[in-house]
Design a protein around this ligand. Structure first.
Ligand code: UD1
Length: 436
């Protein structure tokens, strides 16, 4: 899809209907990388049709890995010859190449990956990944345009992350499973997508122990084999569609995402007055007749309120009664999308202080990581360019409740991370058209 494609949205009343969410964007690409490590075929089921899958598949193919995608099923198998370099054309497309360093070291003894991209949130550094690989015995050099690493064999070691980073924990998992000896990782991320990856690696023959207090112990094995798995539903999409129903005064039934992935989100929305129906088939939220109430919310690591949920929540705040506060503690710069929402009439002010929760890592920095949002605001349609995935979805929500039509540019960002969002919104009754 080209950058030039735009969506034209006319506010068309409450969004209602059913949405089935597929496996998570944040899970699928990591499973694809993990599958490189097995001899024999791996099958990943319930995969979403998101741009990330296509990008990751092309990168893997460039490395000599066979990847076949048939709707929701991805089959991956090692090829006879592994190319240790991820081509430069993948520079800045997403965060996946850095996760390939460890697996490539195992398969080829060396690796080069172009510098990572992803959404423009925070500095998105890779220092934890690099430090962990060095501690495991790799020589790692930051070169012009990328990272080069070399190791005859990685060694197990004792590691402690300065912050429980999802990506760094995944790098360590995928590096330690075939390393010589035992790796003990402290302060690991325990997000559901990380645990899901650990379980997949275990199916492939890895010896992984998830211990209390964010501790993971991995005993390296000589080889891994292929495995089959079915991805659990995407908690970011699930939350986003629940918010779409709530913000428009409608009702979206979300199928396919386990309740335990949404526990804090559900309680947060319930505190704002949302009424839930939860059963084994679906989750569904409706706003009370008097509307939702303001709230103070702080993002956190799992099982806290997920940082990726804050963008739809912000639009919901603009349509809730009173002043709401959001404190972002995971990424210093995740409020970059606020100007796009302000252009649509959202009354949001950002601050560098820690508001709405205890002081976080950014308390004495200049990072604007807290926001105060006034509700209820009458939003207005606008012509806006979307800076990233999450901002994109929120702009659609704002457009759905605005006065007048909106033109959204850069919608490829939404399709990078959401499964068929255009079709899903249409099914829910949004007046949405493509141009471009
Ligand atoms: C993943 C998710 C993203 C989610 C985030 C937190 C994917 C593709 N993306 O991102 O949607 O919002 O987890 O749940 O899965 N950090 C460092 N040095 C490093 C690595 C991270 O300082 O080497 C910092 C980051 O700047 C950030 C924090 O650690 O402040 C958390 O980042 P991390 O958990 O690594 O996020 P990602 O894995 O990039």
């Amino acid at each position: 899809m080209s950058d030039e494609e735009v969506w034209l949205i006319e506010p068309s009343g409450p969004l209602r209907g059913d949405v089935v969410v597929r496996g998570s964007k944040n899970g699928v690409s990591k499973h694809m990388v993990a599958a490189m490590l097995g001899t024999g075929e791996s099958i990943i089921g319930n995969a979403p049709e998101v741009g990330e899958v296509g990008i990751t598949a092309s990168m893997l193919r460039a490395l000599g890995i066979t990847v076949e995608i048939d709707d929701s099923e991805i089959r991956i198998e090692q090829g006879p010859r592994i190319e240790p370099r991820v081509p430069a054309e993948y520079t800045g497309l997403n965060r996946i190449p850095i996760l390939m360093l460890g697996p490539l070291l195992h398969l080829a003894g060396e690796a080069f990956v172009p510098l990572v991209g992803g959404d423009p949130i925070g500095r998105r550094p890779i220092d934890f990944h690099v430090a962990a690989l060095r501690d495991m015995g790799a020589e790692v050099e930051i070169q012009e345009g990328g990272v080069y690493a070399k190791a005859k064999r990685l060694n197990g070691t004792r590691l402690e992350l300065p912050y429980p980073s999802v990506g760094a924990t995944e790098t360590i998992l995928m590096s330690a499973v075939l390393a010589e000896g035992k790796t003990v990782l402290k302060n690991a991320a325990m997000e559901p997508e990380v645990v899901e990856l650990a379980l997949f690696l275990q199916r492939m023959g890895a010896r992984i122990e998830l211990s209390p207090d964010r501790r993971i112990v991995i005993e390296g094995v000589e080889r891994l084999h292929g495995a089959q798995t079915w991805l659990a539903g995407d908690r970011i999409e699930a939350f986003s569609y629940l918010a779409a129903g709530l913000v428009t005064g409608g009702e979206v039934r979300v199928h396919g995402c386990p309740q335990d992935r949404l526990v804090t989100a559900i309680t947060t929305l319930a505190r704002m007055g949302a009424r839930f129906e939860i059963n084994d088939e679906y989750l569904c939220a409706t706003a009370p007749p008097e509307g939702l109430r303001a709230a103070a919310v702080q993002t956190d690591t799992h099982p806290g309120f997920m940082t990726d949920w804050q963008t739809p929540l912000m639009v919901l705040f603009t349509q809730s009664h009173g002043m709401s506060v959001l404190h972002e503690t995971v990424f210093e710069n995740r409020l970059v999308y606020v100007p796009a929402l302000q252009a649509m009439g959202c009354e949001i002010e950002v601050f560098d202080q820690c508001l709405g929760g205890p002081a976080c890592r950014y308390h004495d920095s200049n990072a604007k990581h807290s926001a105060v949002v006034r509700g209820v605001s009458q939003l207005k349609g606008a012509d806006v360019r979307l800076p990233d995935i999450r901002a994109g979805f929120s702009a659609v929500l704002a457009a759905a409740v605005a006065d007048g039509p909106s033109t959204l540019r850069g919608v490829h960002h939404i399709e990078r991370g959401y499964h068929r969002p255009f079709e899903q919104f249409k099914t829910l009754g949004l007046d949405i058209q493509r141009r471009g």
